[in-house]
Write a protein that binds this ligand. Sequence first.
Ligand code: DAT
Ligand code: MG
Length: 149
Amino acid sequence: MERTFIAIKPDGVQRGLMGEIIGRFEAKGFTLVGMKLIKPTRELAEKHYGVHKDKPFFGGLVDFITSGPLVAMVWEGEGVVASARKLIGATNPLTAEPGTIRGDFGISIGRNIIHGSDAVETAQSEIALWFSEEELTSWESKMKTSIYE
Ligand code: DAT
Ligand code: MG
C-alpha cells in the first residue's frame, strides 16, 4: 500500500492546528502508520529540503523548520501521495483553494503549515529520512471495507 510523509510544520503546531489537520487525513480514510513530535536538527532539515539548497529562501526555510517542534507522520492508503497534496493545497496559502489545509488556514508562503511528499519516490526517501523501520506500524483499519470497494 502507498505511503506518504506529512509534517505539520512549527507554525501549524504553534497555532493549535494539529488535531484539525490529523482529523482531515483520518476523515478522508487514510491510515496513520507513524507519528512523532520532534524539533529537527539542522542536518535533518537541510537533507529534507536538499532539492531547494540553491534557492534564495533556503536559509530561512531551514531556520523556520528547525525553530520548534513539528509533527512528522506517515500516512498510508490508495493514492495517498497525490491525494495528500490535494488536501494540503497549493504552496502559496493565499492562492490555495478554500477547502484545502493551506487555503483554509494560511496567508504567507513561508508559513504554509504543512509539508507533503510530492511523488511516490520522494515519499519513500522522506519516510526513510525521518523514520526508522521500528517507528512505523502496519495495521488494518476495521473500517476498511467501508472505505474501499
Ligand atoms: P511544497 O511545500 O508545496 O512542496 P516547495 O517544495 O516548492 O513547495 O517548497 C518547499 C517549501 O519552501 C514551501 O512549502 C515553502 C517554502 N517556499 C517555497 N517557495 C518559497 C518562496 N518563494 N519564498 C519563501 N518560501 C518558499
Ligand atoms: Mg515540495
